[in-house]
Each structure stands twice: as C-alpha cells, then as structure tokens.
Design a protein around this ligand. Structure first.
Ligand code: DGL
Length: 279
C-alpha cells in the first residue's frame, strides 16, 4: 500500500482527460496536477524547449510526496520522455504505448490515423510504435496545431472548432481509416466535433484514458495502490491564470475545482539539461 500522490502534468488543460479517468478508476488516489498554462502550447516548439519545460515540470512535481509521474502530454511523451526516462528516479509513464496497443487491437482494416501536435507528428513516435506492434498497418499522421488553442479557449463544440477540424480531418477521411488516435491529451475535448466529422465507423482512441487504465494496472501489480476506501485528495497547479483554468477545468471534470487551483512560478525550477542541447 502506498498513500503518496500520483503526479500528473501537461502543458495546460489537456492532461485533465487522463485525470478524469484516473479519478473514476482510482477514487482513493491523491492526484497533484500541473498544467503549464503560461507556456502552452508545447507542440509548436523546438525539441530542446520541450525537453527543458518537461524537466522543469518533473522537478516541480518532485517537490511533493509522489509515487509516480504521469506525463499526460502527447508532446512531452513523444519528444522528451525517451530522453529523460532513465534519469528520473520515479516510475514515469507517458501516453504513447497504451494508446498504440489499443488502436492496434481495435483496427479492422489496419488503417490507423494519428492526429497530434506538430512536434509529435514530426517525431514519428506513434507511427514507429504502431509499425512495431503491427507491421501490416498503414498509418496516416496529421498535425493539428490549432486544436490546442481552440481547447484552451473553451471551443469544445463550436462552429469554429468544426470548421478547423473539417480542414484537418479531410485527408484522414479520404484515407478510409477506421481508428483514429487522438495523440494529444487536449484533443478528446473535441471528441464530439471529431466524432461527427469522422463518422461512427471510426473509433477514437483517447490517449489519456488508455494511460489511466495502465496506471491502475501498474499500481496494482506493484502493490502501490492507496488505502482502499480512502477518498482521493486533488490539487492543481498552473503557471498562468488560475481563473481560466478553474472555470474550464471545472466544466470538463464536472466538479468545482476553483479552491484547489494554485499559481506556480515554473521558471524557478531547475532545468538541468541531460545532454548538450541540439540545435
Ligand atoms: N496536451 C498536449 C499534448 O498532448 C498539448 C500540446 C501542446 O501544448 O501543444 O501534446
């Protein structure tokens, strides 16, 4: 048994898609969430900047009594995690592997689409993992840079979101995919719009949700679950407007989180580089 909290981070609101599922699956667990709202988006930045931000996010979470870190950000998971995984003395899980396993299991025509941030698509990480698990699969990646700002501004199911999504998703419709990995944790907030455009024959894979299921399995196998029957305690930290995050976060989680959201100066956390930074 281990009553320490689970640390979760993302560049903003998106990681709440993993948190929501963690709350449902593991109601006894404490969760400490950091959303780097002052520096969102990560997905249009360079690899070096994403690694630097990720190190700071991890170092911030490590100031608490936590038992593991969930990298609830597709961009940090695909760009920074491979570099940092072995340097962190805590179990750390990203959002890629479980989503890929789920997509490969669900596809029937072996045509899998991936929508994600430009940095994630550029990394090719999802495509590599899909081909490793299912060499016969065809993959179709599409960067959707406007999705994150839409979500951060509360455009979950609006005409603007629909217009942008139609433009991005058209090539994936033409490719006749039957499974679509929502490879950025912000994107499931646009599920209604994306589902409408892609149609019911396309299964949407929510990376945050799949990862939360893995976290439950992992903690159970490692005998690291919190005391049964205990009520989980939640705290949220952001690097910009507490009000904005509280408002949209409460809407999304369907619970009032206003009093639990705190502001943090993330720049003061160490960002020691693991290697000479690439130009
Ligand atoms: N939720 C992050 C991800 O999964 C958002 C990326 C961003 O900040 O651009 O990639």
């Amino acid at each position: 048994m281990d009553n320490r909290a689970i640390g979760v981070f993302d560049s903003g609101l998106g990681g709440l898609t993993a948190v929501k599922q963690l709350m449902d699956l593991l109601p006894e667990e404490d969760i400490i969430y950091f959303g780097d709202t002052g520096r969102v988006p990560y997905g249009t930045r360079s690899k070096d900047t994403i690694i630097k931000y990720t190190i700071q996010d991890i170092n911030f979470l490590k100031t608490f009594q936590i038992k593991m870190i969930v990298v609830a950000c597709g961009t940090a998971s695909t760009v920074a995690l491979p570099v940092l995984q072995d340097r962190v003395d805590l179990p750390m899980v990203g959002v890629l592997s479980e989503a890929v396993t789920s997509a490969v299991r669900q596809t029937k025509n072996n045509k899998i689409g991936v929508v994600a941030t430009p940095a994630t698509i550029k990394s090719g990480a999802f495509e590599r993992a899909i081909h490793a698990a299912a060499p016969q699969a065809q993959t179709y990646g599409k960067a959707c840079p406007l999705f994150v700002p839409l979500v951060e501004n509360g455009h979950f199911d609006t005409q603007v979101a629909e217009l942008v999504a139609r433009e991005y998703l058209e090539p994936l419709k033409e490719a006749d995919i039957d499974t679509l990995i929502m490879g950025c944790t912000h994107y499931p907030l646009l599920n209604r719009v994306v589902g409408r455009i892609m149609g019911p024959q396309v299964t949407l894979v929510n990376v945050g949700e799949e990862t939360a299921k893995y976290v439950k399995r992992y903690l159970t196998e490692q005998d690291m679950r919190a005391e049964p029957g205990k009520k989980g305690h939640y705290s949220y930290f952001v690097s910009d407007s507490v009000e904005n995050f509280s408002h949209l976060g409460s809407m999304f989680l369907q619970r009032e989180i206003g009093e639990m959201v705190n502001l943090v100066d993330i720049e003061k956390y160490e960002c020691d580089s693991p290697r000479p930074l690439e130009r």
